[in-house]
Design a protein around this ligand. Structure first.
Ligand code: OFO
Length: 169
């Protein structure tokens, strides 16, 4: 059985993961509007993975005898100046989410909730990948700078991504 404090915190994180999906979908929409379909596809795949992250919280809360509550999700920004700006924002967002997951682990420990702590390990590992992949793209875009041909090719390359449900779960 889950305690109230943990239940509320896990519900907040379910909403935060949903927001992650929403901000990446907003980035996809911005890329698609500019005909950068590869970046758009990458972002749509990321959005789907984030919804999967949210669903894992949903199932865990219910499995532990809690009640999943779908709270309000903020509207994300609609526009980013350049692809580099969008991916920098994605990286910063992931660093923020890593902090949220770490706080949840601390909370689970303080409540002596081993099952929640164990469940959260999947997210601790996932965040390493989430930060690394956005950081790599930021670095590549910094190298590309304003070279349209290179940007065009990188757009095509990132468009090869398809959503990985659960990142190897
Ligand atoms: Fe859910 O990992 Fe990104 O935010």
């Amino acid at each position: 059985m889950i305690n109230k404090k943990i239940e509320e915190a896990l519900n907040r994180q379910m909403v935060a993961e949903t927001y992650s999906g929403y901000i990446y979908l907003a980035m996809a929409a911005d890329f698609d509007a500019q005909n950068m379909k590869g970046f758009g596809r990458w972002m749509k795949s990321q959005a789907l993975e984030e919804l999967f992250h949210a669903m894992k919280f949903y199932d865990f809360i219910n499995d532990r005898g809690g009640r999943a509550v779908c709270g309000a999700v903020d509207a994300p920004p609609a526009k980013w100046k350049t692809p580099l700006d969008a991916f920098k924002a994605a990286y910063d967002h992931e660093v923020k989410v890593t902090g949220m997951i770490n706080d949840l682990v601390d909370l689970a420990r303080s409540q002596n909730d081993k099952a929640t702590e164990n469940f959260l390990q999947w997210y601790v590992n996932e965040q390493v990948e989430e930060e690394a992949q956005t950081d790599e793209i930021v670095k590549n875009l910094e190298k590309i700078k304003d070279h349209p041909a290179a940007l065009f090719m990188y757009d095509a390359r990132l468009g090869e991504r398809t959503a990985q449900w659960g990142g190897g779960d």
